[in-house]
Write a protein that binds this ligand. Structure first.
Ligand code: ATP
Length: 216
């Protein structure tokens, strides 16, 4: 079973621990505040009160064999940076670090974080797409160039097969799933699958191409 460590039990860290445990993962939760550790103790596989910037304390946690450690410390930038360095030095294979701004993110990348996340910024981007384009349900950036987008089929797209819509040839956009309310899902649909008004298309492609399918 994969083992995860979450360091910092603010709103983000706590939500991460609860969700991972709910998915059946083993999770070690760490925070320097006693009340945070007590709160999560009944949920996490193991909950430890420790100052993660203290190398000896971190070493004692035996994190070397963990698959993933997430540094979910935000406000105390210095602590977030220090803990990320220490985790990499201890040999944790994959360290995910939460950044509160671009500079913080750049530093985390430079010192060896395997993945840097910007939850507030990314959630803002997703919500903006959902709000500005009425048929966009969700939006995930894969890279600066490519995104995944869920759009509702408007009358313009409806009552045609995927072959007729020919999105791949016309726009370089692939349909990875077709969802039909209430609960039908076709994964990797083919050219003969029909799109009905109200269906949800899960698309992957260049952002510029996806924009052309957004109805403002
Ligand atoms: P969120 O937005 O997720 O609520 P945040 O970005 O505001 O969090 P903080 O509140 O700064 O982040 O930190 C999250 C948690 O990390 C806090 O519960 C804090 O006690 C813990 N924390 C901060 N520094 C350390 C440290 N050196 N060792 C262990 N835990 C720490």
């Amino acid at each position: 079973m994969r083992q995860f460590a979450v360091i910092g039990l603010g709103r983000f860290g706590e939500s991460l621990v609860r969700t991972l445990v709910g998915m059946g993962c083993q999770v070690l939760a760490v925070d320097s505040r006693e009340n945070k550790v007590e709160e999560i103790a009944a949920v996490a596989t193991r909950a430890v009160q420790a100052d993660a910037t203290d190398e000896a304390a971190l070493r004692e946690l035996g994190l070397r064999n963990f698959d993933v450690a997430v540094v979910a410390i935000g406000e105390d930038m210095q602590a977030s940076i220090l803990v990320t360095v220490l985790l990499k030095e201890l040999g944790v294979k994959y360290v995910v670090a939460k950044a509160i701004n671009e500079i913080h993110g750049k530093v985390l990348e430079k010192i060896g974080a395997d993945k840097v996340i910007f939850p507030e910024r990314d959630m803002g981007v997703r919500l903006a797409h959902h709000l500005a384009a009425r048929n966009v349900l969700d939006y995930i950036e894969l890279s600066p160039e490519y995104s995944i987008e869920e759009i509702v089929a408007t009358p313009k797209l409806a009552n045609k097969s995927l072959g007729q819509l020919d999105l791949r040839a016309r726009l370089g956009v692939s349909v990875i799933a077709l969802k039909r309310p209430p609960d039908q899902v076709v994964i990797a649909p083919g050219a003969n699958d029909m799109v009905r008004e109200g269906d949800v298309l899960v698309l992957v492609g260049k952002r510029s191409a996806l924009r052309r399918l957004e109805e403002v």
